[in-house]
Design a protein around this ligand. Structure first.
Ligand SMILES: [Zn+2]
Length: 310
């Protein structure tokens, strides 16, 4: 047992050392052993199947509104990343925005920048600033390669021992098995890939920067989550009623706001982070939401709700 544990830990250590990526804006190091090409090859089929079988509302007034805001945020995001040495974050991304008629309040992002917005969320987003917050959050999941990261940790958990000695080269058979499990191949479920709390907070933070760069008011993100908190549970996605963390999310956004504004004004993210940390050390922290270990589950967010087919 001890040997097995030791071997698994060693494997994970080797894999971690061999495969660390850095997330733009937050500078977080992430564990990633899956390439963009592998993720795309395995998920493209599911995405195209869903899109070809589901009528979109792209040509309606609502659809056009979503696509206009999405393109604006994506373009500002790309420009920022290219001008600030993060071009590699754009590798493998080819934006596609689709709007689907559904009362469910949700939006999600599949690998490669394929973003799907359900019209139910537009009832909450009555301003373009709020809508930009949703889209910037989804775009951030793609930029931060959260899918690759989730798949990597799942592969390491399930196949850690087998991967020993060939740290980065994940066998395509293993990848396909994991994708099938995560994306629910052959079931009613389109996507079933919950992001972790860390990834959700990260997408929120990055999203604040990207929406500001696109000319939207970042307070729209706070307004959005305050409104979500007030939305009756009957119309909210189920996971949001079981994980009532909207208030913590608002606190974390408020705490990050000065840093996001600095970055959007051109301050290097690392410098902005150091400045925020020293402000927090010198003065009293205005919010301890992100520093006190809140162990509640945080699977809330806009993504990977299961769209029910008619
Ligand atoms: Zn999310």
């Amino acid at each position: 047992m001890k040997t097995l544990l030791y071997s698994t830990l060693t494997t994970l250590l080797i894999l971690t050392l061999a495969a660390c990526g850095v997330v733009p804006i937050t500078g977080r190091r992430q564990f990633n052993i899956v390439s963009d090409a592998q993720v795309l090859a395995a998920s493209a089929q599911e995405y195209h199947k869903f899109i070809s079988e589901t009528p979109t509302a792209n040509n309606t007034a609502q659809g056009q509104r979503v696509i206009r805001v999405a393109k604006k945020v994506a373009s500002a995001t790309e420009q920022y990343l290219r001008n600030n040495g993060f071009s590699s974050a754009l590798n493998g991304l080819s934006w596609e925005f689709n709007v689907i008629q559904s009362n469910t309040i949700n939006a999600f992002c599949m690998p490669g920048g394929k973003i799907i917005v359900l019209t139910g969320i537009l009832n909450v987003c009555n301003t373009d600033d709020m809508l930009a917050a949703v889209l910037a959050h989804e775009i951030s999941h793609a930029i931060a390669k959260h899918s690759n990261e989730s798949m990597s940790s799942r592969i390491a958990q399930q196949y850690g021992g087998q991967l020993l000695g060939r740290a980065v080269g994940v066998q395509s058979g293993i990848l396909h098995t994991v994708i099938s499990e995560m994306y629910g191949l052959g079931t009613e479920v389109l996507v079933n890939l919950p992001y972790g709390r860390k990834q959700e907070y990260e997408a929120d933070k990055m999203g604040l920067v990207f929406m500001t760069l696109a000319g939207y008011d970042p307070n729209g993100a706070i307004e959005l989550w305050q409104k979500m908190a007030r939305t009756t549970t009957a119309t909210k996605p189920e996971f949001m009623s079981t994980h009532p963390t909207d208030e913590k999310r608002v606190k974390a956004l408020q705490e990050y706001m000065p840093q996001a504004l600095q970055i959007a004004r051109g301050v290097d993210p690392a410098t902005a982070k150091r400045a925020a940390e020293s402000t927090r050390k010198n003065g009293k922290s205005t919010s301890s939401a992100s520093s006190k270990g809140n162990n509640d589950s945080y699977e809330g967010g806009f993504h990977y709700e299961i769209p029910t087919k008619k």
